[in-house]
Write a protein that binds this ligand. Structure first.
Ligand code: ADP
Ligand code: MG
Length: 684
């Protein structure tokens, strides 16, 4: 790839006009990276047509409409005590004389709206028609004078936005990126130009069909993605079996496993034992281990990982355990440290929070080989972190890391073994194509005495019934997660909804806490840590989906999930796994709105019936609609950008065959592997 293009793709989003570091960070949370390339790969999920109508009665509630309106009167909003407020209302009339109300929930900007919507004048308004009461548009997305109607796009790509981001911010970045692209592509070869042309078409669709999986540009990109993946797998498989890559097996120098078994407070399940046997076999083989352990939430993967680390310590080599966030790293450390102390193995934690002298000391201890087990985040593979002999890399929630990150850490050692942990079971039908270069162990058994979580669904209208039930549980020492996802396109509105739910709940549970995506990360971690602490007086936590999937709060026995119909099955199963981690009976309550579809009800029903992650993964695959469901990215499915599991089965086969047949990858194949983040497998 030409350097100009490469540098462009790797440009940090914060350097785009109107973005900056804070906003770029939010983008990173949603799209999984902070480079122009990450943005390009984050495709719109659907298309909105903005046909202009004249009569409000022609629209169906829930539609996005564009309509000329005559502004008739204003009623300013007001702020009452206890944080409640009344929205500003602007009463208008359409061309037929029908009344249409425009509402703004943030009354601070009244002056501004008065100016934008002067009484007695016509404006063209575009926004979503609410489903309740009189025809109402909350926070219109566009307000233009009639002669500027063409400023409202006739067809608009809608991005999966998540928290803290608006469609306007997406289109601003998109426009700037694609304005700058042609100049960087000048002189690039034909395949490169065609690839980016396809990318551009996806971001500027011209018809509703353009985003269908089988539309020409989508299929082309899906093929490229699969080909990149299959090429990386083919290369990795060849490399592993290549005899020249065989290593010397590390001799055992110390005896530690007996101490480990003595320190273990319980007996391993059969599945844990079997997995551990497989791992020990791998460690004794002349080819580095590449093993994925799949086990449902709560199946006990951590202790298996620790046993592997202790086994490695018997050779004197080190183990690094990589977790996606500070909070998760902290939880692992809290579990591993006491065990390691008993065995006499030095265990430390290293995260971005370590600065100055503390950090220096930890690095010295790593370099000298004194620290045998290190738990941490991305900080573990910073340039200045040097290991004496890194023998084993363990990656928790492996789907949260790209292959390049995994390899960056592995490359800190020689012949390093890799153990990846994943909480989302991949259906067997797919695991071969997806994890073709890894061996897979499955922990399909829960520790004895674990009670299945009781899952029920409840319509929103009956939410009041929950309060006494929850109060009773809290009085018995229970802790409660209350999940309020931000789902509408108008972030501001949604945040108001979360805030007011929190205000309501605080009346019943004064100690309740709140975390959401617009809070500072440090502040968020503080609240979550307070909730997780054993003796905290925070019995209930209202959280948007920013709540860490892996967070471990053993006393949590209830999770309430609002808008459950908007989540994918696998994501709901993950969230549900936040409870049921002790030996108490736990409950999951799925709350759904009155507009739930039949499919949506079926999905929730499936979840109430089974607790088996494999069954759910298969169901998820079959039932997932084309619409973007919340949490599909984060829930452990491999991160595909353009591939649709159901529609592209034939492309899987084509790509696999093409990749197998190619002996050495050419430049364009290597570029593709880089683009789809699978390049570092071979150090391309
Ligand atoms: P996972 O990471 O797979 O979600 P963890 O490793 O965090 O699960 O284990 C969940 C809980 O179960 C932990 O508190 C752990 O100590 C406990 N646990 C693990 N294995 C067993 C076992 N064989 N018997 C009893 N408890 C266990
Ligand atoms: Mg875990």
């Amino acid at each position: 790839m030409k350097k100009e293009l490469f540098d462009f793709l790797n440009t940090d989003l914060q350097f785009i006009k109107g973005v900056g570091p804070i906003l770029a960070g939010r983008f990173a949370d949603v799209i999984g990276g902070q480079r122009i390339l990450d943005f390009m790969l984050h495709r719109p999920s659907y298309i909105r047509a903005r046909d202009i109508i004249d009569n409000i009665q022609d629209a169906t509630p829930g539609d996005v409409i564009t309509i000329p309106l005559l502004i008739k009167s204003h009623r300013p909003g007001a702020r009452f005590n206890r944080g409640r407020h009344r929205p500003s209302q602007i009463t208008c009339a359409d061309k037929m004389g029908n009344t249409v109300i425009i509402q703004f929930f943030n009354s601070n900007f009244l002056e501004y709206w008065l100016k934008k919507l002067p009484i007695g004048q016509w404006r063209i308004i575009s926004g979503k028609l609410e489903k309740t009461g009189r025809p109402t548009i909350n926070h219109p997305e566009f307000i233009e004078e009639l002669q500027n109607a063409d400023k409202i796009p006739a067809i608009q790509a809608v991005y999966p936005a998540g928290e803290g981001l608006t469609q306007k911010q997406f289109s601003n970045i998109r426009d700037q990126i694609f304005a700058g692209l042609p100049q960087r592509l000048a002189g690039a070869d034909e395949r490169t130009v065609e690839f980016f042309d396809a990318i551009r078409h996806i971001h500027f669709p011209t018809s509703a069909d353009d985003l269908n999986p089988n539309a020409i540009y989508m299929a082309k990109l899906a093929y490229c993605e699969l080909f990149a993946q299959q090429s990386a797998i083919a290369i990795s498989r060849r490399k592993r079996t290549d005899e020249r890559n065989q290593r010397d097996i590390r001799p055992v120098k110390y005896s530690l496993m007996d101490k480990f078994w003595d320190a273990l407070p319980f007996k391993l399940t059969g599945a844990q034992q079997r997995t551990l046997d497989e791992i020990f076999d791998d460690l004794a083989r002349p080819v580095p281990m590449m093993r994925l352990v799949q086990g449902d939430v709560g199946s006990g993967k951590t202790i298996v990982a620790l046993a592997a680390a202790i086994k490695m310590a018997e050779t004197g080599a080190q183990t690094a355990l990589l977790a996606p966030t500070d909070t998760l790293a902290g939880q692992h450390y809290a579990k591993l440290k006491p065990m390691c102390d008993k065995i006499g193995v030095v265990c430390e934690m290293l995260t971005g929070r370590d600065k100055g002298a503390t950090r220096r000391e930890k690095l010295i201890s790593l370099r000298s080989g004194r620290t045998r087990v290190i738990v941490g985040t991305h900080a573990l593979f910073s340039d200045d972190v040097v290991y004496k002999d890194l023998g084993l890399v363990i990656i928790d929630e492996q789907h949260r890391f790209g292959v390049s990150q995994r390899e960056a850490l592995r490359n800190k050692g020689k012949d390093t073994d890799l153990l990846a942990l994943s909480a989302t079971p991949i259906p067997r039908t797919l695991s071969m194509t997806i994890y073709g270069d890894m061996d897979v162990s499955v922990i399909n058994e829960k520790p004895a005495g674990r009670l299945p979580i009781t899952t029920t669904k409840l319509p929103l209208a009956r939410i009041g019934d929950l309060i006494p039930r929850i109060s009773a549980q809290i009085n018995n020492g229970a802790k409660v997660f209350w999940i309020c996802p931000l789902v509408a396109e108008s972030e501001e509105l949604d945040l108001t909804a979360v805030q007011s739910r929190y205000d309501d709940l605080k009346k019943y549970f004064p100690g309740a806490g709140l975390v959401h995506g617009q809070m500072d990360k440090r502040q968020r971690d503080d609240v979550m840590e307070k909730f997780a602490a054993t003796n905290s007086d925070m019995p209930l936590l209202v959280a948007t989906t920013v709540v860490e999937v892996g967070i471990d709060v053993p006393a949590a026995t209830i999770i309430v999930i609002e808008n459950a119909e908007r989540f994918g099955l696998a994501a709901l199963h993950q969230l549900r796994g936040r409870v049921g981690r002790g030996n108490q009976q736990s409950y999951c309550i799925l709350i759904y709105g009155k507009n739930i579809s039949e499919d949506g009800l079926k999905r929730l029903g499936a979840l109430c019936e089974t607790d088996d992650g494999f069954v759910i993964a298969e169901q998820d695959l079959i039932m997932r609609g084309t619409g973007e469901l919340l949490g599909t990215r984060q829930s452990g499915w491999i991160r595909y950008y353009f591939v649709d599991y159901r529609e592209h089965r034939d492309l899987f086969k084509l790509a696999a065959r093409a990749a197998r047949d190619a002996d050495t990858p050419d430049q364009w194949t290597r570029d593709l592997m880089y683009i789809f983040d699978r390049g570092e497998v071979i150090g391309a």
